[in-house]
Design a protein. Structure first.
Length: 258
């Protein structure tokens, strides 16, 4: 089985694949400092809690945008699973071409999402990841990752709102019954959700206009992406497992090139 790990700014998302089937998935918070032993024991326990045997893990693939935890995490994987993980980094075979001034600046998470969207749904495709940052990336029909947009994430924007304004409370991020709010909580929910919907539609529209490419499908992923998908016709597909599938696909490409 394959253990796929996506290290994001907020969470470490993990999935165990049995072939192409996702047998289990779980999350670990990124922001707590941990030793290699803590990472190793935690992952072992979570795999067992999903009624799987850690000894059945035969390979590990990791994408990370948080360099400072990678020493402890990598050490944990080597020590507790006795496996040298495959890292998503410059030079790895992905099946897409990066048309960037400096390809090394492209985040591993964006590459993984781009590969998954292109391989599963085909190009041209705009892939959106609603994470700590919201990213919008365009991959052409021939598999060229031509560029994209980075914007504040939904949770990040909301956190900035209630951190900066002393009298504004933390609220659940969900669509309110009306945009014409008559209380503070509803007005904040309306601003957060419909503000993100407006941003999403405007950016997708501008990408389509500037690229000149017709019939571009739009695929979204990320925790709060489902909320936005329900409020706009600009997103064609919501796939919560897109990043994990991208990690699996890239790992399989490495096996073919050995």
């Amino acid at each position: 089985m394959l253990l796929a790990i996506d290290v994001g700014n907020t969470n470490i998302t993990c999935a165990v694949f049995d072939g192409k089937t996702m047998a289990a998935s779980f999350r670990i918070t990124t922001k707590l400092p941990r030793t290699s032993d803590e990472y190793g024991m935690l992952m072992h326990n979570l795999i067992e809690r999903n009624k799987l045997d850690p000894k059945d893990i035969e390979a590990i693939v990791v994408a990370s945008v948080v360099p400072k935890i990678m020493y402890s995490l990598t050490s944990a994987l080597i020590k507790y699973f006795e496996i040298q993980p495959v890292l998503i980094e410059p030079g790895i075979k992905t099946g897409i071409r990066l048309d960037f001034d400096n390809p090394k600046q492209v985040g591993a998470d964006r590459i993984v999402d781009a590969v998954a969207a292109y391989e599963i749904y085909g190009g041209p495709v705009i892939v959106i990841d609603f994470g700590t940052a919201t990213t919008y990336d365009l991959i052409t029909e021939s598999g060229v990752f031509v560029g994209g947009v980075t914007a504040p994430g939904i949770q990040t924007s909301a956190q900035a709102l209630w951190d900066a304004a002393a009298k504004l409370p933390e609220v659940e991020i969900k669509k309110p019954k009306t945009i014409l709010a008559k209380d503070t909580i509803t007005s904040m929910q309306a601003g957060i959700v419909f503000g993100q919907v407006g941003q999403t539609e405007a950016i997708i529209s501008e990408i389509k206009r500037e690229s000149g490419i017709k019939d571009i499908k739009t695929v979204a992923t990320g925790g709060l992406g489902a909320v936005i998908k329900e409020e706009t016709r600009s997103i064609d597909i919501y796939d919560p497992a897109l990043t994990m599938q991208g990690l699996r696909i890239i790992y399989e490409k490495q096996k073919k090139h050995k």
